[in-house]
Design a protein around this ligand. Structure first.
Ligand SMILES: Cc1ncc(COP(=O)(O)O)c(C=O)c1O
Length: 442
């Protein structure tokens, strides 16, 4: 079934690759042609251990039989059904299965095709909900510095990664940002949650005082900021955000695109931190990354606020051609079954100590200024080369890839998030691969 390792495209020019150094890539392309379980196969026939679950999404590992079969069968049985004013059984079934594993109270699901679309959907639900409740002056959205909420306009507006924002004009108006929680001087080499910084949640009170609660619709945060380089919140920080938002009638949105579906050793980050948001944004692990799909979960209170007025009228003017697509729904159902059968939504907790010890053994290796970890996520922050930010980590990435390990870098941070099927010995291989890379680069 696997493609021949000799298959390479004739011309790499036409495809303008996303979030990629295109010119560098095309001089010396890195192409995967097959994948199984924990490994990719490159176009030159090498095996590469997946230290990143693709892009934080292939939580059950690659080419899992149940998922492959479900997709094939669904394509043959019902390939597409219109998403508007029509339905098909598997979308309803999947919504129910997601609600079954979600934190109590999040009882309704809107389907999307990606994390970015899930974010836009969540922000629109929040704004519309406030209007439905007669609080139309609540139009402000609050995000956080260094937050990543995808690449669409709402997401980059509430997001806080400057490179993703600065080229695109004024973005949404009426957005403010809380400070991020990363503090190397106080928290470097923390194991699990860093001790310092819970008081940063009180910055939300300052923002509320500045704008007045009556103008604020929602706050959106990632429970653990992932794409910016794994920023782990201090204990009680998220609880405090929950208290402040509740006190002021502001909706709390958790962007769980990375932390959802087992990444922290619990089904969702909300479970890990014991904090339930009003809206939860998911994607990635929902279909094991195999078919694009996202799901936004909302409380009954939010859902029910829309179920008013004449029954023949559409309640919420939002949706996508592929919302709840049959093949994506089948993939989602098979993925959730695989997670359940193999205990993957909590496997991260069983491996967390081995993972933590492995990663922290990198303390003292060249260039390392921090190691941090939670569940099956980890980051190794490197001292940047003076005047050439990102270059050192990128060299580590290239070295690791050439030596059979896929890692991910963002800025000068190496981020790791293997599939949740990773074995203890494969954790050792990941750590050794990073160690070798660090010892080999400048
Ligand atoms: C927290 C978070 N939100 C949103 C997104 C965007 O997801 P997508 O790339 O599927 O649009 C990501 C992607 O990494 C993410 O990590």
């Amino acid at each position: 079934m696997t493609s021949s390792p000799s298959v390479v495209p004739n011309d790499l020019g036409a495809f303008w690759m996303p979030f990629t150094a295109n010119r560098q890539f095309k001089q010396n392309p890195r192409l995967f042609v097959a994948a199984k379980d924990m490994h990719y196969t490159t176009s030159d026939g090498r095996q590469v251990l997946d230290g990143t679950a693709g892009l934080w999404c292939v939580n059950a590992g690659h080419a899992r039989p149940k998922i492959v079969e479900a997709i094939a069968n669904q394509a043959a049985e019902l390939d597409y059904a219109p998403a508007f004013q029509m339905g098909h059984p598997k979308a309803f079934e999947l919504a129910n299965r997601i609600v079954d594993i979600a934190p109590e109270g999040l009882n309704h699901v809107l389907f999307t095709n990606s994390g970015s679309e899930s974010v836009e959907t969540a922000l629109k639900v929040a704004l519309a909900y406030q209007k439905q409740k007669g609080q139309g002056s609540r139009t402000r959205l609050i995000g956080r510095e260094r937050g990543y909420h995808g690449v669409n306009f709402g997401g980059i507006s509430v997001g806080g990664i400057v490179t993703n924002r600065k080229m695109f004009g004024t973005l949404l108006t009426g957005v403010d940002h809380m400070p991020h929680t990363h503090n190397l001087s106080k928290n470097a080499f923390s194991r699990g949650l860093p001790a310092h910084g819970a008081e940063l949640a009180d910055e939300l009170e300052r923002i509320v005082t500045l704008h007045d609660a009556s103008t604020i619709a929602a706050v959106i945060v990632e429970p653990v900021a992932g794409s910016t380089g794994v920023l782990i919140p201090p204990p009680d920080y998220l609880k405090r955000l929950r208290e402040i938002t509740r006190k002021h009638g502001i909706l709390l949105i958790f962007d769980e695109v990375i932390t959802g579906y087992g990444r922290l050793g619990t089904p969702f980050g909300a479970d890990y931190f014991g904090v339930t948001p009003d809206i939860m944004v998911t994607a990635k692990g929902l279909t094991n990354g195999v078919i694009p799909m996202g799901a936004v979960l909302v409380s009954s209170e939010i859902h029910d606020a829309f179920m008013t007025g004449p029954e023949h009228l559409i309640e919420f003017f939002h949706g996508y051609t592929y919302s709840g697509n049959p093949i994506a729904s089948a993939a989602g159902l098979a993925t959730l079954e695989t997670y359940k059968e193999e205990g993957l939504l909590t496997r991260g907790a069983e491996l967390a100590k081995v993972w933590e010890d492995g990663l922290h053994s990198l303390r003292g290796e060249p260039h390392v200024i921090d190691v941090r970890n939670i569940g099956l996520v980890g980051a190794i922050e490197l001292e940047p080369i003076a005047g050439q930010p990102t270059k050192r980590a990128f060299s580590a990435f290239l070295h690791a890839y050439e030596n059979g390990l896929l890692i991910r870098t963002t800025g000068d941070i190496i981020a790791l998030s293997p599939p949740l099927i990773v074995s203890e010995s494969q954790i050792g291989e990941i750590v050794d691969g990073v160690r070798n890379a660090l010892r080999s680069i400048q």
